[in-house]
Ligand binder design. Structure first.
Ligand code: PRP
Length: 208
């Protein structure tokens, strides 16, 4: 699927293994998730438009570069928050939006409980952060909401994705590229990714 970029990096593969391991403690889980988020931000940055600028070193003038558009990060609450610190460290002048979605455990449909985003989304490169792409319902709904607010340059950063979710995003939002650290095998009957890593939100925030 050409809407998908899967990271191919030894450090990311090692960290995914930490995340999968049920014995991994909360603080190690958070750190590995943060390291993978750095890698995702670096991969997504390859699509940024850059402008050449002049910079003066202590020795002479030379060419430099700056990002030529506004970046807006939008974590999907709550698990998306776990990716924010790495992204904000790499792109400190980014603006932030928040979308609160809770997947109904019976219907697996996302229910919105919070939505606040910066204005001028139509001029921004918008990056949606959510560690898990399972059925794709939450990410697709988040993308719908952002498009309603005129976002037109969207990408999705995930830690772990199921083929079902990737397909749904491709069907609902063919213009959106998904960046994921790993593509897993399938969903089980209750919408969990297999082999997966459990629930990233619960494991990050200790709410198991
Ligand atoms: C999880 C996850 C995604 C969503 C993925 O969130 O963080 O947002 O489920 O599932 P989907 O692709 O089938 O929609 P959850 O609803 O468990 O909320 P949480 O972030 O508060 O843990």
């Amino acid at each position: 699927m050409n809407n998908l970029v899967v990271l191919d990096n030894p450090l990311v593969k090692r960290d995914i293994t930490y995340l999968r391991n049920r014995e991994t403690e909360e603080y190690q889980f958070r750190l590995a998730l943060r390291r993978i988020s750095f890698a995702l931000s670096i991969e997504i940055a390859k699509t940024f438009n850059m402008k050449e600028i002049e910079v003066e070193t202590p020795l002479e003038k030379t060419k430099g570069h700056k990002i030529n558009h506004q970046i807006v990060m939008v974590p999907v609450l709550r698990a998306g928050l776990s990716m924010v610190s790495a992204f904000i460290e790499m792109i400190p002048d980014a603006k932030m939006g928040h979308i609160g979605l809770q997947r109904d455990e019976k219907t697996l449909k996302p229910v919105e409980y919070y939505f606040k985003v910066p204005s001028d989304l139509h001029l921004s490169k918008v990056i949606v952060l959510d560690p898990m792409l399972a059925t794709g319902g939450s990410a697709s709904a988040a993308l719908d909401f952002l498009k309603e607010k005129d976002a037109n340059d969207l990408s999705l950063a995930c830690l772990i994705s199921a083929p079902e979710g990737v397909e749904k995003i491709y069907k609902d939002h063919p213009d959106v590229k998904i960046y994921t650290a790993v593509l897993d095998r399938q969903l089980n009957e209750i919408g969990f990714i297999l082999p997966g890593l459990g629930d990233a939100g619960d494991r990050t925030f200790g709410t198991l």
